[in-house]
Design a protein around this ligand. Structure first.
Ligand SMILES: *Cc1c(COP(=O)(O)O)cnc(C)c1O
Length: 551
């Protein structure tokens, strides 16, 4: 595109206007006494007007961005550049602008302020860009085409080939908003600025540079466009203090993105494991968009816990979505804690409709066959009494070891055909306890999952448990006596096997020793300790301890 083609795009009044000029712009010499601008003569650091051309600051920006000052406009935030683009190019009531949706809201707001029709083309469901549709939405009066990449609020970046194709095909000005480019894995289009006279690239000091409070945005474009921006802007649009601070900052350090990017990846992983989070969209920015089962509910819960996120669920294309900015590690932890406990609750509510009670980790299981009738209640957090009665004294004594050493409250009441054999009762109690355990665990959110106890001193018993969901049972313990108390020793392994199978857990038991009583007691104690570890809440109780996201 040639300069005369660019001129054709500019509102005639803007093209012909003469900008406000200061006496200091017009003078040639090197004045030492300033009696030209009706300022106060008393120095206090701020009595003089700031440099309207932001010469020093622009030179610093040019240096870090690899461009020259005549390609740079600095505004009171990028929002100023967005507004000025309308004022320069769009004749009110006549011209229009085209953009994508969902995207940054200011393009539409500034359009409305400038009486300019704003047309939007929806992104595809995966937030990719249909450039044919975008270009097709433009007509002879379309002066501006806004694209945000990485896009807010979707977080994705559009491929460079697609952006360049749009810029070279469109017969107007393309405003490419790169507010989040510092967080992206790829470079932006700034190095290509020289090839595209109709391109305006927006960047900002508000995000990666951490200076949102100062309000400095950058626009990069051909010198012709930059001159128009300079003509139209308020002369002193960047105040003196801000120019000073940003200049100092550029001279001392750059944008900070590393920790945010690392946290973004961590937060994305944890959120992806939450049952109530349906989708975590990939992000090249400092926020993530997540689709939630209950966005309003989650938004409310976060707010109740002092965390505010952006509810984007009402925006077409973002149904069900919250936009979460990446904070510091502890801030993200607090957000994640709320999200995972809210999702856990949702999950347990679902579980409760299929038999699970409430929010706490407890369960009740009844089982009745022609051989046994068993009732078991279990509370994994030890809230409740323990009472065991199976009719087999030694078995009761062993189950009490489980309750005492695991911290899990257990009520077990069994009535079996003991007059025939203890076999059914012991095996069925194992089945029922396994079921009660699985049910009490529910979604398994936040549990440690693994437990292991190395040889316990007096008995040399070891137990490994994995509540991950796969069933495996190994038993390595021999008993020389046929019975201990009123319990057949062959039934010990049957009991644990039944329990492991019905709880769907992985259980490895081994024991050696001389004293048979101590050996089996050691096994039950070790099992209890291992179980206690496995059902315990993780120190950061926001995830399911599996890369699959479910257990
Ligand atoms: C935050 C943001 C900006 C920056 O606006 P400033 O006025 O510079 O603070 C620009 N564009 C998008 C898409 C943004 O999200």
């Amino acid at each position: 595109m040639e300069t005369q083609d660019l001129e054709r795009l500019v509102r005639p009044n803007i093209l012909s206007m003469r900008p406000y000029s200061t006496a200091r712009d017009e003078c040639e010499g090197r004045p030492e006494i300033f009696l030209d601008a009706n300022e106060s003569p008393y120095g206090n650091g701020f009595n003089r007007y700031p440099d309207p051309h932001q010469k020093q600051l622009k030179e610093a920006v040019a240096r870090i961005k690899g461009t020259s000052p005549d390609h740079i406009f600095l505004g009171n935030g990028s929002d100023e550049a967005i507004d000025l683009a309308y004022r320069i190019f769009c004749r009110p009531g006549i011209d229009n602008a085209v953009s994508i949706t969902p995207t940054y809201g200011m393009y539409g707001v500034a359009a409305a302020c400038n009486d300019t029709e704003f047309r939007t083309v929806p992104l595809r469901e995966d937030f990719s860009l249909d450039e044919e549709a975008l270009l097709a939405a433009a007509d002879a009066n379309t002066k501006l085409l806004f694209i945000c990449s990485p896009n807010n609020p979707t977080g994705n970046r559009f491929p460079t080939w697609q952006l360049t194709r749009i810029i070279s095909s469109f017969n107007g000005i393309v405003v490419l908003d790169e507010a989040y480019i510092d967080f992206s894995s790829e470079e932006g289009l700034l190095p290509m600025l020289g090839s595209f006279p109709n391109l305006i690239i927006l960047q900002t000091f508000s995000k990666a540079w951490g200076m949102a409070g100062l309000r400095v945005g950058m626009a990069f474009a051909s010198p012709f466009i930059i001159r128009l921006f300079s003509n139209v802007k308020y002369p002193y649009n960047i105040n003196g203090l801000t120019q000073e601070i940003v200049l100092k900052r550029i001279e001392t350090s750059g944008p900070e993105t590393g920790p945010v990017i690392r946290e973004r990846e961590r937060v994305s992983r944890v959120l992806a494991e939450c049952p109530g989070i349906l989708k975590v969209y990939p992000s090249e920015a400092n926020f993530i968009l997540v689709k939630c089962r209950d966005p309003k509910g989650l938004y409310r819960k976060l707010l109740d816990n002092g965390v505010i996120v952006r509810d984007r669920s009402g925006i077409p294309g973002c149904e069900g979505c919250l936009r979460i900015t990446i904070g510091t590690g502890p801030e993200n932890d607090r957000m994640l804690h709320t999200v995972t406990s809210a999702c856990g609750r949702e999950n347990r509510e679902e579980a409760s409709s299929s038999g699970q009670e409430g929010e706490s980790r407890n369960s009740t299981v009844f089982r009745e066959t022609s051989e046994t009738g068993i009732a078991a209640m279990m509370d994994l957090d030890g809230k409740g009494p323990s009472f065991i009665s199976t009719g087999i004294g030694f078995f009761d004594h062993m189950l009490e070891q489980i309750a005492r050493h695991s911290g899990i409250s257990m009520l077990v009441y069994a009535k079996g055909d003991l007059n025939v054999d203890e076999h059914h009762t012991i095996e069925d109690v194992g089945i029922v306890l396994g079921k009660a355990l699985a049910k009490a665990l529910g979604s398994k959110i936040g549990i440690e999952r693994y437990g292991f106890v190395l040889p316990m001193d007096e008995s040399e018993a070891s137990v490994l448990i994995d509540l991950g969901g796969r069933t495996d049972f190994r038993w390595d313990a021999e008993f020389k006596r046929e019975r201990i108390g009123d319990m057949p020793t062959e039934m010990f392994s049957h009991f644990f096997k039944s329990l492991a199978e019905s709880a769907c857990c992985n259980l490895h038991v081994s024991a050696t020793g001389e004293n048979e009583h101590h050996k089996i007691e050691g096994i039950f104690k070790a099992f209890a300790r291992a179980l206690k570890m496995a059902v315990a809440h993780d120190r950061f109780p926001y995830s399911i301890p599996s890369s699959k996201g479910v257990l």
